[in-house]
Design a protein around this ligand. Structure first.
Ligand SMILES: *Cc1c(COP(=O)(O)O)cnc(C)c1O
Length: 473
């Protein structure tokens, strides 16, 4: 009886899988993402993917694979777009890059040269921002684990705000303020999503209590910022608007209860890109259990950043007007929006295996346990570097090179027929690929920036000596 039930369950699962797989293949074939122009890339005379004049196959030859490639021109365009959209915000508003998204000095420097500041979430990131020569008034310190040394450093730099995540931080900052005899500019992070561990909630009264506590310490602290960060890869302004409204309402409440005017409303990051998407929990469950990719995002569904930010700013202005408080300066902390699209990853197909159950495996030199971890829960486009428009013919299990079956890159991915030596270009590698990367059995890859016809290493690949540099050997 049990065996029969098992058999029925298995058959049903197979039937559902086959149907969903067929649908997924259709969706992949018809995807609106099969256009390299979305990433500012070209196809050159040889029919290869190119970054301006630079053929990516030449890059793979010169620098080896796996390789991360940053397209400098695209990076500047995305930066210009979001800074342009912020022109409608009150004077003194700022764009701060979320360091954790892609914490590569060569990229951060580029960003700072364009006038973008730093949003840091750890003592290391704060150290790096100072190391890169950024002045304190362009650095904002967030995070849940700010140790004493880093708070001292932030106070010495006179950063724009240290955003308090939980009550205990208030006393720690106060102690340091007293020791250093310096008044510290702080913010309070709101916890607007009950399922997240960050910030303090409005409803429980904790957020207001934190503000009142800071207000009572006015010798040591100045409350200058209210902060939230609630989503990632949002495709429209809806979530930000809902939260911004609550935050503006809260700012009015703080004014009423403490008399303090808040200088900055920091609405965090989470601004999405049209070229990748985060899986919903159902899509993720289906991908993990049946290996079926979700429907690709449709770039046409994406709200352009100008209107995205424009709507949020209008919403905040409106709420402030109704509540008779002055509109604060706005801070945004984009990560993904600024760097996702300007970077891609090149990986080589090492071999292709056909199993007797009909599965095709392509073994490559990059997988989720080394570089492509975000592909685990995000949909990303993939092209073949030397024939990007070849017909999508076969479904592959694209694997990495770490010796465990858990090192996949993509399951049931429709691609042109692959042969050993093919170079895959995985798009949107500029958000969280390097951050999550590991040196599980293989050193981490180099990163090259292509700009104005020049390809330059901005990070060399790790060597075996790097891997043991901290060990007693
Ligand atoms: C990660 C993070 C961001 C950036 O998020 P994106 O979704 O990449 O834009 C901004 N602010 C804070 C506090 C973060 O933790």
């Amino acid at each position: 009886m049990g065996a029969l039930l098992n058999e029925i369950m298995k058959r049903t699962k197979d039937i559902i899988s086959i149907r969903l797989l067929r649908r997924s293949k259709r969706q992949q074939a018809l995807s609106g993402l099969r256009d390299l122009g979305l990433w500012g890339l070209q196809i050159n005379a040889q029919g290869h993917i190119a970054v301006g004049e630079e053929d990516v196959l030449d890059l793979a030859q010169r620098f080896g694979t796996p390789l991360l490639v940053v397209n400098g021109k695209r990076l500047k365009k995305d930066a210009a777009d979001i800074m342009g959209a912020m022109k409608k915000a009150p004077a003194g508003s700022q764009v701060l890059y979320s360091y954790k998204t892609n914490c590569i000095p060569g990229i951060l420097r580029e960003m700072h040269d364009l006038g973008i500041g730093a949003e840091v979430i750890s003592p290391y990131e704060l150290w790096l921002a100072e190391h890169l020569g950024l002045p304190g008034d362009r650095i904002l310190y967030n995070g849940v684990d700010k140790n004493e040394e880093s708070i001292q450093q932030a106070v010495r730099l006179n950063v724009m705000s240290i955003n308090i995540d939980h009550m205990e931080e208030i006393e720690r900052i106060q102690k340091i303020s007293r020791q250093m005899n310096r008044k510290v500019r702080v913010g309070v992070r709101l916890g607007l999503v009950p399922s997240s561990q960050f910030g303090m909630e409005i409803e429980t009264g904790e957020a207001l209590e934190a503000c009142q506590r800071v207000a009572s310490l006015r010798e040591n602290m100045e409350l200058c910022c209210i902060h939230f960060n609630v989503t990632s890869n949002a495709r429209s302004a809806w979530t930000h608007k809902t939260c911004a409204k609550k935050a503006a309402e809260f700012i009015a409440r703080v004014k009423q209860e403490t008399g303090l005017s808040i200088e900055y409303l920091d609405i965090g990051g989470g601004f999405g890109v049209p070229t990748s998407k985060n899986m919903t929990s159902v899509e993720y469950a289906i991908y993990r259990s049946l290996g079926i990719l979700p429907r690709p995002p449709d770039p046409a569904d994406f709200q352009p950043i100008n209107s995205f930010l424009g709507e949020i700013l209008i919403c905040i202005g409106e709420e402030c007007r109704v509540r008779h408080v002055e509109m604060p300066k706005i801070l945004i902390e984009p990560g993904r929006f600024l760097t996702s699209r300007s970077e891609f990853m090149l990986a080589k197909v090492l071999t292709v295996k056909h199993k007797m159950n009909g599965t095709w495996f392509a073994i490559t030199n990059a997988g989720r346990l080394s570089i492509t971890y975000p592909l685990d829960f995000e949909y990303h486009e993939v092209f073949l570097a030397d024939r990007p428009n070849a017909r999508l013919n076969s479904s592959y299990q694209i694997m990495g090179r770490v010796c465990t079956s858990a090192d996949w890159m993509l399951k049931n991915r429709l691609l042109p027929d692959l042969i050993p030596g093919d170079i895959l270009a995985v798009m949107d590698a500029g958000a969280y690929f390097s951050s999550y990367s590991t040196n599980f059995s293989f050193p981490r890859p180099p990163i090259v920036m292509v700009d104005e016809g020049r390809a330059e290493l901005i990070r060399q690949g790790e060597t075996f000596e790097h891997l043991t540099a901290m060990d007693r050997v």
